[in-house]
Design a protein around this ligand. Structure first.
Ligand code: PLP
Length: 257
């Protein structure tokens, strides 16, 4: 059985974070494991409060999983603070997982800051160089690249800027731009545009989490990076097309499709 570990925050509402990641791993036939970095009290409307987990507890969770079960791919989501980023980076340096998909979570769709504003430097310096793939949306790519992104040509420039921080590859998700949600991949050698078709729905909570964990699951199964991203994009497109209208706010992606 292939295994995947998510290092991320818990969403009590079950739509994003650890819960979305584990649902995705299961749906894709990979054994899911978790190292929880923060607990959020959250629903489809808002993040009400956040409690970060102690640093030793975070590294103990990661070590417990690596020391015994083994990890074919890691997905990283919400990290909260620069101290948590450093702790996770130390664990990755120790265990050297083959595949690390980094979703650089910064702000929730409702506007709640899930990463301290001053922690972006650590994200850039400590975690991007350890990542097989970093998957920013447009606002996150603007922060990582220090560049305004208004169009698809800007995405190409931002990809080059982000690659200079040392990841093996980058996937900028174009969903925040007008038009169809095309995602741009770059690994320093080739660009690949993954074309998408916009699904009109407000129920898009946890879609970033789901895409990055689906990529990690497909990498765990031994697929190449481009195949894994293509298959993960198909998964999230179907999960959004059949997303769930539950709660009063943004409903979640549907993992039963
Ligand atoms: N809560 C947690 C714990 C997350 O990891 C994330 C996203 O990455 C979110 C909330 C944000 O979800 P969304 O912006 O899709 O509503």
């Amino acid at each position: 059985m292939k295994t995947a570990l998510t290092i991320a925050g818990s969403d009590s509402g079950g739509g994003a974070g650890i819960q979305a990641d584990l649902k995705t791993f299961s749906a894709l036939g990979v054994f899911g494991m978790s190292a929880i970095t923060a607990i959020t009290a959250q629903n489809t409307v808002e993040v009400r409060s956040v409690q970060n987990i102690d640093l030793d507890m975070i590294s103990d969770q990661i070590a417990a999983v690596f020391d015994d079960i083994g990890v074919d791919a890691v997905k990283i989501g919400m990290l909260g603070t620069s101290a948590i980023i450093k702790t996770v980076a130390k664990s990755l340096i120790k265990y050297k997982p083959e595949h690390v998909v980094l979703d650089p979570v910064m702000v929730s769709k409702g506007g709640h800051h899930l990463l301290e504003r001053n922690a972006v430097a650590e994200l850039n310096e400590m975690l991007l160089p350890l990542s097989s793939l970093v998957t920013p949306n447009i606002p996150e790519a603007e922060i990582l690249s220090s560049r305004k992104i208004n169009s698809e040509p800007d995405m190409y420039k931002a990809c080059r800027d982000i690659m200079e921080k040392g990841p093996k590859a980058v996937l900028i998700k174009g969903g925040h731009l007008d038009g169809d949600p095309n995602d741009l991949f770059y690994d320093g050698k080739q660009f690949h545009l993954f074309k998408g078709e916009r699904v009109e729905t407000k129920n898009v909570h946890g879609t970033g989490c789901t895409l990055s964990s689906a990529i990690a699951a497909h990498l765990a199964k031994g697929e190449s990076m481009l195949t894994a991203i293509g298959n993960a994009k198909d998964y999230i497109t179907a999960a959004i097309a059949e997303s769930l209208d539950i709660g009063q706010g943004h409903g979640p992606a549907n993992h039963f499709h």
